[in-house]
Design a protein around this ligand. Structure first.
Ligand code: MG
Length: 254
């Protein structure tokens, strides 16, 4: 066995020290001609070969899932208090409109690009409806293996896990330990930079449980480097190209 290992090409053992991958927050929008949470931002995220494109999902009053952060979108005060027809009137400065989740997932499927899909917090009575519609759409496009879910609302995380067992769900709020989340079958934390910085041991705790660690929204170079060196799996950032360069440089330095 030892002889086989010695004879194997060195390249087989050339692994990156830092495994962090880059998630383009709201797509790659921080660049010419793009705008956050648009089809253009999705396409640009795929073009730079990000690990995945983060997106925000809201439901209109007439039950249509749309991709936008909200509550305010363009000249609409609250997307969740507005009809789909009204949302269709919104135009961003790059010429894009608000995509439906259907359009967004269809495009991601064509690109073969991964989605980090945030289900925004909705009133309790709408939670199951929103999650059911999201899950139905992901299954219809057979995007189960290219979709990961994130949510601030813990009940939404649990509902996603219930409706799509085995899918990657990451909790965003930062008020629970990895062990507490693991106990509910949720396999990832995606915490804000300052939260994770003040509980840096949660990275190892999560990894020991077989969970993944994502961190948002890390834009300054020094913070990206700190999180990469601390071994997070994913950096969610508005500076995805910079983050890729930093990770690449750290891995070539060793
Ligand atoms: Mg988001």
């Amino acid at each position: 066995m030892a002889l086989i290992l010695v004879a194997a090409p060195l390249s087989l053992f050339a692994q990156n020290t830092y495994k962090a991958q880059v998630v383009a927050h709201r797509g790659y929008w921080n660049t010419e001609g793009s705008f956050q949470n648009t089809i253009t931002a999705l396409k640009k995220s795929a073009e730079i070969n990000a690990y995945g494109c983060e997106l925000d999902v809201n439901m209109t009053t007439d039950g249509v899932l749309v991709v936008c952060h909200g509550p305010k979108v363009g000249d609409v005060a609250d997307v969740q208090d507005t009809t789909f027809a009204r949302m269709q009137q919104v135009r961003f400065k790059n010429g894009d409109g608000v995509p439906t989740l259907d359009e967004f997932v269809k495009c991601a499927k064509e690109l073969g690009h991964r989605l980090i899909l945030e289900v925004k917090t909705h009133p309790a009575e709408k939670r199951v409806e929103v999650v059911t519609k999201v899950v139905e759409l992901i299954k219809r496009y057979e995007m189960e293996n290219l979709t990961e879910f994130i949510a601030f609302n813990y009940e939404i995380c649990k509902e996603l896990h219930k409706q799509m067992p085995g899918s990657m769900v990451q909790y965003l709020l930062g008020d629970k330990t990895p062990a507490e989340i693991y106990a509910d079958g949720i396999m990832g934390i995606d915490y804000e930079y300052s939260t994770l910085s003040s509980h840096i041991n949660w990275i190892q705790e999560a990894h020991d449980l077989g969970m993944v660690v994502n961190v948002w929204t890390v834009d300054p170079a020094d913070r990206i480097e700190i999180m990469v060196k601390n071994g997070v799996d994913f950096i969610t950032t508005n500076q995805p190209v910079l983050a890729q360069q930093i990770i690449g440089a750290l891995n070539s330095k060793k």
